[in-house]
Design a protein around this ligand. Sequence first.
Ligand code: APR
Length: 234
Amino acid sequence: MGRFGDIVILTGAGISAESGLGTFRDRDGLWTKYDLNEVATPEGFARNPDLVHEFYNARRANCAAAAPNAAHEALARLEAGYQGKVLIVTQNVDDLHERAGSRHVWHMHGQLNRALCAACGHRWDAPDRMRPRDPCPACGTTATRPDVVWFGEMPYLMEAIHQRLQTAGLFVAIGTSGNVYPAADFVRNAAACGAETLEINLEPSAVISDFDTARHGKATDIVPAWVGEILKTT
Ligand code: APR
């Protein structure tokens, strides 16, 4: 068993920033360019499904053109080399963790490369470009949407995530501003069950006071160094 027991890592947009994918709340973040009520809520989708599909089609194209960075790759090395479980719970909808080689990745906000039928709940691999008129391959209804969790919807895998937070020996948040719940509460959930907690972020997050320790700087600098320390001590 590794020195810290099982590790749970929460990642946010900041870990993919140096791969060229936008964050949400930084100066030039996505929510400074788009109204999230129009492109990231069920109401916005009902009002204008074409706009929402265009928003996610553009993000899907950016993701396909991006590559995992040194931080994603370091986490894959951690999972492969650590003598204990390493779980990544990501708020990100990109697939850069998987493309870096991480195998245990839970997407609590869904995934850009998956599609969902709003009528029957069927899920399938999303095509590069989705359109509202695309029929569901299972029920034929034209109610297809990106399989992404929007504001006001319940994130995925919450029960399973809470179980893993309760048994984690170490909880690390990487590249998240701590502004969106329930993810922003995970540090408290883990600490309440005895986990050590570490924040890795460009700058202190909104929940920095909940963490035992913090390392602030770019993920591609901090994460590989941190992983190297952990693997040396296991
Ligand atoms: N290295 C490390 N951290 C970085 C870097 C970097 N190179 N660049 C930016 N950051 C940090 C920022 O300082 C910020 O605190 O990443 C964080 C990104 O915060 P947000 O843009 O709020 O993204 P996130 O926390 O993932 O948002 C959570 O909100 O809009 C919803 O569903 C969306 O999953 C998203 C959720």
